[in-house]
Design a protein around this ligand. Structure first.
Ligand code: MRU
Length: 359
């Protein structure tokens, strides 16, 4: 079987007319690359979590809007832009919480609006270049997050993670798992505990798979076991990713993350959020402004079970994300450094650093 770590999570095919993704719903059993040729296929892949994780969703959307734009058959800028906007608005409805989706689509749109003087064919070429840059930037940025994150750990640490914020959630390295991979390159040996992450099991299926494939000592636990492993002294740091971070540092991530942060605080274990600046939404003053996706009830009652495991007709609440209060976050690890409380200030400084010199 191919090693999952040698594959790119999202890319374009060689003819540049399809988005290629690893179908994450098939993991860990099948490593299957699929080609998405239409807007609808890209939308479905994002909605169904065939491609998932905030940065990977952003890259898929950038390539998705590029292949959509490529199909627009007109030489008129105005007609092109109108159709481009329709396609963009459609893709933006795939999932609501990960801000990288909107960030990438906005970045692609600004290529169109800044180049009104160019021909449609030239604009298409520029869109191709921008989508590729979004992908390449993701690789650079994730590596940097790992380099900053590794300064927070020591050889031999027990690390807990929730959901999958690894390579499969980005193009390469990941965010929360990047410090682990960078540590590995330095010869560090970690013991990583991964919450299974109900209901979609991104921890058990994806994080455990990629960590184990990389030779990391990996232990899967059920979500309700975080407290016992912390109490036993097995965890020295928690690393998680984020889907959207507010200006005050409140961070939305996979459902269950905020509970892990509360437990970590109880045991005095540092809880770190790792995310690129593209995951910050400074229009959200606090986590209360972040829209939380709700998903179908069947994910809770039926998925993964041989038989339905809850009575027919019972109510189900299935929010896909929750928000961790900034007071429970020891630091937010970004490509420009580590933000610490007071977050409003430290986050502003990271953006200023980015404006001085981009990675
Ligand atoms: O629903 P998912 O699997 O897309 O949720 C993913 C997460 O919550 C990740 O932790 C987050 O997107 C960060 S990925 C680097």
């Amino acid at each position: 079987m191919q090693n999952i770590m040698s594959l790119e999570t999202v890319s374009l095919n060689k003819d540049n007319d399809a988005v290629v993704i690893i179908d994450q719903t098939q993991l860990p059993y099948n490593i299957e690359l699929i080609e998405l040729r239409t807007q609808k296929e890209v939308w479905n892949a994002i909605y169904l979590l065939q491609v998932r994780g905030a940065p990977a969703i952003g890259v898929a959307a950038a390539f998705g809007i590029y292949i959509g734009a490529r199909e627009i058959d007109t030489d008129s800028y105005n007609d092109f832009y109108k159709e481009f906007k329709d396609k963009k608005e459609y893709l933006a409805t795939a999932r609501p919480t990960a801000v990288n989706l909107f960030w990438a689509l906005d970045r692609m749109e600004s290529v169109v609006t800044k180049n009104e003087d160019k021909t449609v064919s030239e604009i298409k070429d520029l869109l191709f270049a921008e989508a590729n840059e979004i992908k390449e930037e993701d690789i650079r940025v994730c590596k940097k997050i790992g380099e900053h994150g590794v300064t927070l750990v020591k050889d031999g640490y027990g690390i807990l993670t929730h959901c999958n914020a690894g390579q499969l959630a980005t193009v390469k390295y990941g965010t929360a798992l990047s410090p682990i991979y960078v540590g590995l390159e330095k010869g560090y040996k970690f013991k990583v505990f991964t919450d299974e992450t109900r209901p979609l099991l991104q921890g058990a299926r994806l994080s455990a798979f990629e960590l184990h494939s990389s030779g990391v000592d990996t232990t899967v636990i059920c979500d309700n076991m975080a407290s016992i492993v912390m109490k036993k002294g097995l965890i020295q740091a928690v690393f998680v990713g984020a889907d959207r971070i507010a200006a005050n540092g409140d961070a939305a991530n996979k459902i269950g993350t905020s509970g892990v942060a509360i437990i970590a605080k109880h045991y005095d274990i540092p809880f770190y959020v790792c995310a690129p600046l593209s995951t910050f939404d400074l229009n959200c003053k606090t986590g209360d402004d972040i829209k939380i996706e709700e998903r179908p009830a069947e994910e809770v009652t039926e998925m993964w079970y041989k038989k339905r495991m809850a009575p027919e007709g019972v109510n189900v609440f299935n929010p896909a994300f929750d928000v961790t209060d900034n007071k429970n976050i020891a630091g937010i690890v970004t490509e420009y450094g580590i933000a610490r409380a007071p977050f409003n200030e430290s986050i502003k400084q990271l953006f200023a650093k980015r404006d001085e010199k981009r990675i």
